[in-house]
Design a protein. Structure first.
Length: 339
């Protein structure tokens, strides 16, 4: 007979799957790559693995160690821990709605969630262990063995683990915020006057919408009825620039294109009040600090993205923008794994 915890996990998985497939207010159904399955079995296995510390070298880290469910699947520490050889010190971003991403990581070094999972292993991976060694630790776990067979008709291998974790992550869908109800649900009274003013600034004077995409006929000539809040592109804001140098060269490490020097992926903004600290290096602690940073035009440097300039916002305008960003808070699914 299944335990209450297992039954709860199964129900949560089914709920998440229905949301991901049907979409939710302000979002569209999550796409999956060829061969990916979002079955309940795949999601359950992925959640189990997401919390499994056996996947790290000294069994001290799991995926959830840097993507905390109670923090909107983000990391409240400025720099996320890693057991592999050091490369960069970055803050792990939220995984909510990660299924809408066209590339992963601050520098876009992975194209799919499956690829990102596999990149977490090896000498430079966060887990500090080879994927083959991690698989060896799971091959005798009857739950993993049976779940790989049931979900993917597979033995315990890299493909099974990567596809399962990716299935779980794609089901972390969060939409239907008060802002979504305001813009897409035509509930004009659901936002306060200050929040509405913040939206006017976001889509107007402050031009946040230029990078944090919202598709709606009232603000975007392409129309549409969804908001991913990211243009999926990379921009140099001067974050980390000091004494004439960048502490982290960002997208340039992937492309070796000078135009990408010091550029980082535009983050999504849903549930942003839960995902502090902000920026790739976790250098800004509050949304008010983020607004101040943009108001002064970022940090000047040779490669700063054109269009990033001073905004000359008043104190009230800054407060209105913060209020608007907090209106993007939406429900999300905390995992219930008990391993």
């Amino acid at each position: 007979m299944k335990s209450a915890a297992v039954i709860k996990l199964m129900l949560a998985a089914f709920v998440m799957i229905s949301v991901a497939r049907a979409g939710t207010l302000g979002l569209y159904p999550v796409d999956t790559p060829d061969g990916a399955r979002l079955s309940a079995e795949a999601v359950q296995l992925g959640e189990y693995l997401f919390f499994d510390k056996r996947l790290s070298l000294d069994e001290s880290l799991s995926c959830a160690s840097c993507h905390e469910p109670g923090k909107a699947y983000a990391d409240p520490r400025p720099h996320s821990p890693a057991l592999g050889k050091p490369r960069h010190r970055r803050n792990a971003t939220s995984l909510l709605n990660v299924g809408y991403r066209r590339s992963l990581g601050w520098d876009g070094n992975a194209r799919t969630l499956e690829q990102q999972f596999e990149q977490s292993f090896g000498p430079y991976g966060d887990m500090g262990i080879s994927l083959s060694d991690a698989i060896g630790r799971l091959e005798s776990d009857p739950r993993v063995v049976e779940s790989c067979r049931s979900a993917f008709a597979s033995e315990v291998n890299a493909s099974c683990l990567a596809r399962a974790v990716a299935a779980f992550e794609r089901n972390l869908v969060s939409g239907s915020s008060r802002f979504d109800r305001f813009l897409f649900g035509n509930e004009s009274g659901v936002l306060t006057e200050r929040e509405r003013h913040g939206w006017e600034l976001f889509s107007g004077k402050a031009a946040c919408i230029d990078c944090h995409d919202v598709f709606h006929p009232s603000v975007n000539p392409l129309g549409g009825a969804y908001a991913t809040f990211s243009d999926e592109r990379f921009h140099n804001l001067g974050v980390g620039h000091s004494n004439g140098r960048m502490s982290d060269t960002g997208r340039y490490d992937v492309t070796r294109d000078p135009a990408d020097f010091g550029s980082f992926k535009t983050p999504m903004l849903r549930n942003v009040r839960h995902t502090a600290p902000y920026m790739h290096d976790g250098s800004l602690s509050t949304l008010a600090e983020v607004i101040d940073f943009y108001d002064r035009g970022g940090n000047d440097n040779e490669y700063k993205t054109a269009g990033v300039k001073r905004l000359f916002l008043s104190t009230e305008e800054k407060a209105a923008l913060v209020a608007f960003l907090e209106s993007l808070d939406a429900g999300y699914y905390e995992a219930t794994a008990s391993n």
